[in-house]
Design a protein around this ligand. Structure first.
Ligand SMILES: [Zn+2]
Ligand SMILES: [Zn+2]
Length: 314
């Protein structure tokens, strides 16, 4: 998950939405300052629709309302969706790192003649990779913005994905995976260079492999049944990979569930026990930070948002 999806998206237009919304708000507040209260202005700041309606009710001057689409999804041949040689090199490095870890796990298992523990460790790695994908996805969906250190581009990428979710299926393979592949290379390579424990190597190899390919699993979850390979369909139907229906629920209101994108095995438990909602409450009361999913309606997460602008006719 992670880094990825709309990693190279022209997200600036999207963020331009928010920025522009705030800019329009400023204009409106100046214009209406003699007739609106502080409470009304605050309300307008959090709701773009009210931005349109309330000044019209309170202003004695006629308003000209114009609707402008300020965001556009990338076309199929947009360069931001294409793989570069740099992307391919990082994916090759990530795959090599994972394969070396698994190969070393098998060779050490053969030398030590232990198989149960490494296999169990690999299975645990697969299960925890799904949980990790959900926690990470929840965090960057709800907190921070484009200016957040380290994770800013990924936060922007996931917000862009919520705006144009279908475009992930048009993104080329290496373009979609390169950021995670880079993270896996830097994280796993040092471990496998110094570690000879087959169980740890099995865990690291499977877990990092699932995390690196989680963006591909995610892309398949957005695919249509008729276009997906039969094996992928079978794995989705068996629950080995996150299913299309389960991930589709994540892209519907209230946008605060089904975050896991490897197998989706954790989604039911996490959502049933409201684990993320509890974490959100803890963070809110401890740090005063509100998650994006609490904002309703959240225009930043709606597909194909149109932002209306308004100007005074006089
Ligand atoms: Zn999301
Ligand atoms: Zn998605």
């Amino acid at each position: 998950m992670s880094s990825l999806a709309q990693h190279k998206f022209p997200l600036n237009p999207h963020h331009g939405t928010a920025t522009r919304g705030r800019f329009l708000l400023c204009n409106t507040r100046v214009y209406c300052s003699s007739t609106t209260t502080t409470t009304a202005a605050t309300k307008l700041r959090s709701d773009a629709k009210q931005l349109i309606i309330e000044p019209q009710l309170e202003s004695s001057k006629p308003l000209v309302v114009t609707s402008t689409t300020i965001t556009n999804p990338p076309s199929s041949n947009d360069p931001s969706l294409q793989s570069t040689w740099s992307h391919r090199a990082w994916v090759a490095a990530g795959c090599t790192t994972v394969l070396v870890s698994l190969a070393k796990c098998i060779s050490q298992s053969a030398i030590l003649r232990v198989w149960f523990e490494p296999v169990l460790a690999g299975w645990i790695g697969y299960i925890l990779a799904d949980l990790g994908s959900g926690v990470y996805h929840w965090a960057i969906d709800n907190y921070g913005d484009g200016s957040t250190p380290v994770f800013g581009s990924q936060i922007e990428a996931f917000q862009g994905h919520h705006k144009w979710p279908w475009t992930i299926t048009r993104r080329q393979f290496a373009n979609n995976l390169h950021a995670l592949a880079r993270a896996v290379t830097f994280t796993v390579l040092p471990i496998e260079l110094v570690c000879n424990d087959p169980s740890l190597l099995g865990f690291v190899g499977v877990c990092s492999g699932c995390i690196m390919f989680s963006q591909q699993f995610h892309a398949w979850a957005h695919g249509t049944k008729s276009r997906l390979p039969p094996l992928v369909l079978a794995l989705q139907d068996a629950g080995v990979l996150v299913s299309r229906s389960q991930h589709a629920a994540h892209h519907k209101p209230p946008y605060n569930d089904n975050y896991c994108i490897v197998s989706g095995a954790w989604n039911e438990f996490l959502d049933e026990h409201k684990v993320f909602q509890v974490l959100e409450m803890i963070l809110y009361f401890k740090l005063g930070v509100r998650p994006r999913s609490w904002s309703e309606p959240n225009s930043e997460w709606l597909e194909e948002v149109e932002v209306s602008s308004q100007i005074s006719a006089q």
